[in-house]
Design a protein. Structure first.
Length: 275
């Protein structure tokens, strides 16, 4: 009877494990399949977006390279993502440092404010920023507005990752450096930042990719003189039925993958989870 109970428990365990694997596999396919369809459709030789393609060609990638709106919006997105990520790193590292080491008065409030952009729906946040811009009458400064909005929504990625990295470091290293006469600035630059580097790198990658692909915030803050690639792509999809959006999306996916490969070459993906 004991053996029968053990066999039954083992069988139930295996069934549960296979069920979880099937469930996880289903959601992986569910999430990846649309990307696969878009990438395959981008290589169609036809004049309209079809799947599967009736023929194979790279004509639409050549078409995209010749589009003036693609070149200008691509450079705009790169500029916005780079600047906003840099500012978010400067602010996020300081906030994470305060939360991880000093826990100042109003700790819970500071944590809530720093991470609130992750809680609020992006559309609600974008509409709120749009109203603030209208109240301040600064609609003409679209590029600055976009950078400010993207800094707001990317700081939480930096804070969470750097906070986790700093919380797991050994404070004795900092105390040893201070006991040897190092100033707080030197300790922060020579000890704290190197130990927090995995969190900074991970947060920077997440912040940059989120900013580069953001639509919900950008669509409210974009102007005639500053339109990110994601906004231009959405506009093109609304008025065009050709495969140009699929080709642009494929390029964006390739850039994201290339970015992660570059990170792997420079520091290794282990930088995301450890020292």
């Amino acid at each position: 009877m004991g053996n029968s109970s053990a066999i039954s428990s083992s069988a139930m365990w295996n069934i549960g494990r296979y069920a979880i694997m099937c469930f996880a596999g289903f959601w992986c396919v569910f999430l990846v399949a649309p990307i696969f369809v878009v990438i395959v459709s981008a290589f169609t030789a036809g004049d309209y977006l079809t799947f599967p393609p009736s023929g194979w060609s790279i004509r639409w990638f050549i078409e995209v390279a010749n589009l003036s709106w693609f070149r200008s919006s691509f450079l705009t997105s790169i500029l916005i993502s780079t600047v906003s990520t840099a500012i978010a790193i400067l602010a996020g590292v300081l906030v994470a440092r305060a939360l991880a080491r000093y826990q100042p008065k109003g700790f819970v409030f500071i944590e809530f404010v720093a991470l609130s952009p992750l809680i609020l729906p992006a559309v609600v946040l974008g509409f709120a920023l749009f109203n603030v811009i209208n109240i301040l009458e600064i609609e003409q400064h679209a590029l600055a507005n976009l950078i400010a909005g993207h800094v707001l929504v990317t700081i939480p990625f930096i804070v969470r990752s750097v906070w986790s990295a700093m919380a797991g470091t050994d404070v004795s290293y900092e105390e040893a450096a201070q006991s040897m006469g190092a100033t707080p600035t030197v300790v922060f630059r020579k000890v704290v930042l190197p130990m927090a580097r995995p969190g900074i790198l991970a947060g920077s990658v997440l912040a940059f990719t989120y900013s580069f692909n953001d639509v919900s915030i950008s669509v409210f803050l974009a102007g005639s003189n500053a339109k990110p690639l994601a906004v231009e792509l959405m506009s093109n999809m609304e008025y065009s039925a050709d495969p140009v959006p699929a080709a642009v999306s494929t390029i964006m996916v390739a850039i994201a993958i290339g970015f992660f490969i570059l990170v792997e070459r420079i520091g290794g993906m282990k930088m995301f989870v450890g020292k």
